[in-house]
Design a binder for this molecule. Structure first.
Ligand SMILES: NC(=O)c1ccc[n+]([C@@H]2O[C@H](COP(=O)([O-])OP(=O)(O)OC[C@H]3O[C@@H](n4cnc5c(N)ncnc54)[C@H](OP(=O)(O)O)[C@@H]3O)[C@@H](O)[C@H]2O)c1
Length: 337
């Protein structure tokens, strides 16, 4: 909602009932509760995008009880611009709500030229987070992740960097992303010895990508960690967006390097069959895809992207029907396996 202050300037006032209908799940065995659906700012928030639309999506998210926002140093394009745009919006709309937000950022992919702007050295992680904080205008983030495993840097160094970031007060918690089960276990042991609050693993997980079921989810449960499932809609394929062709204003229609028309076309039969099941459940396909992930106890939150506030509103309605019967799960398995 927008209100006019005494001088007539319009400012954002968050919805009073914003915590009434969102579900909050515990992040592993930690004290942190996160919304079952979180917002990722990988796409749609860069300098190439419409800032007004981004602001609308962020306001909608917060009004719906989505307190958890996910960034990385390189989100944009150009890299860094999603954090910078958020900094602008944060100052205008969310400064008063800082303690109601759980803000995440990461480093691990290429960010700046030369040997210190990529992978997992202590040098990279610490300087990258300093840059992120400056761009967002924040004193600290709630969680800082190492974005991907680095085969050439000792895990002790990367985890030591995360530990010092917490000790410096620049992040409250730490996490890792895209690590396999074995490295996750090693990281958990190192961080436990360092007495660092390691609470989350962020992994790609959707009906079309089930790699986490092969050991990672068990590892997370045994280590008391929560899982944040990213790209749950397979970047839009698990929605009704592509059922009648490839719209121009879509990720695949824009020839994204991350999703192209051929990938959509090669999956279209599965998408149509899944859509039929979703309709029989009285849900949109996007809602069924989110609910299907949330049925797993290890999933703390499903991290969606949205190019409009209407998409986000639709996705949050997944929470209205999270139950699957045995027959539905069998049918879904038959389609996606
Ligand atoms: N840790 C990592 O390595 C990593 C990697 C990737 C992502 N992530 C995180 O995960 C977040 C989500 O990733 P993602 O963007 O790939 O997620 P996604 O939720 O699978 O896809 C989001 C896209 O799907 C489309 N969409 C969403 N809801 C829709 C609806 N109801 N109807 C029709 N289309 C809909 C929109 O695309 P259109 O533009 O076509 O409308 C939207 O941008 C990222 O923002 C990021 O925070 C992390």
């Amino acid at each position: 909602m927008e209100i006019n202050d005494k001088s007539g300037v319009k400012s954002y006032l968050a919805e009073e009932g914003r915590y009434d209908s969102m579900t909050y799940n515990r992040a592993g065995k930690s004290g942190v509760l996160l919304p079952a659906i979180s917002l990722g700012l990988w796409h749609n928030f860069g300098f190439v995008d419409d800032l007004k639309n981004g602001r609308d999506i962020l306001r909608t998210a917060f009004d719906l009880g989505i307190t958890h926002l996910d960034f990385a140093n390189n989100y944009g394009p150009p890299p860094g611009s999603a954090e910078e745009n958020f900094g602008t919006i944060f100052k205008q709309d969310f400064k008063a709500y800082r303690d109601e937000l759980f803000i995440a950022t990461k480093a691990g992919y290429g960010m700046w030229p030369g040997p210190y702007g990529d992978f997992g050295s202590r040098k990279y992680l610490i300087s990258s987070l300093d840059q992120s904080l400056k761009r967002m205008g924040l004193d600290y983030v709630d969680i800082f992740y190492h974005h991907r495993p680095d085969p050439d840097t000792p895990l002790e160094e990367t985890m030591g960097g995360l530990a010092d970031i917490v000790r410096q007060g620049k992040a409250l918690y730490v996490g890792i992303s895209n690590y396999g089960p074995e490295d996750t276990q090693k990281a958990a042991k190192l961080l436990k010895d360092l007495k660092v609050p390691f609470i989350l693993h962020q992994a790609r997980y959707s009906m079309f990508d089930r790699w986490v079921e092969d050991g990672l989810l068990d590892t997370l449960e045994n280590s008391g960690l929560g899982c944040i499932a990213f790209s749950p809609l397979e970047q839009g394929m698990l929605t009704d967006k592509y059922l009648k062709g490839i719209p121009k204003n879509s990720r695949a229609g824009n020839d994204s390097i991350f999703l192209n028309a051929e990938t959509v076309q090669s999956n279209i039969e599965k998408i149509q069959n899944l859509n039929t099941i979703a309709q029989e459940r009285g849900q949109k396909l996007s809602q069924m895809a989110i609910a299907w992930l949330l049925r797993k106890p290890q999933i703390t939150s499903v991290l969606v992207g949205s190019s409009s506030s209407n998409q986000l509103k639709e996705n949050v309605k997944a929470l209205d029907n999270l139950l699957f019967n045995h027959e539905e799960l069998k049918l879904i398995d038959g389609i996606i396996s």
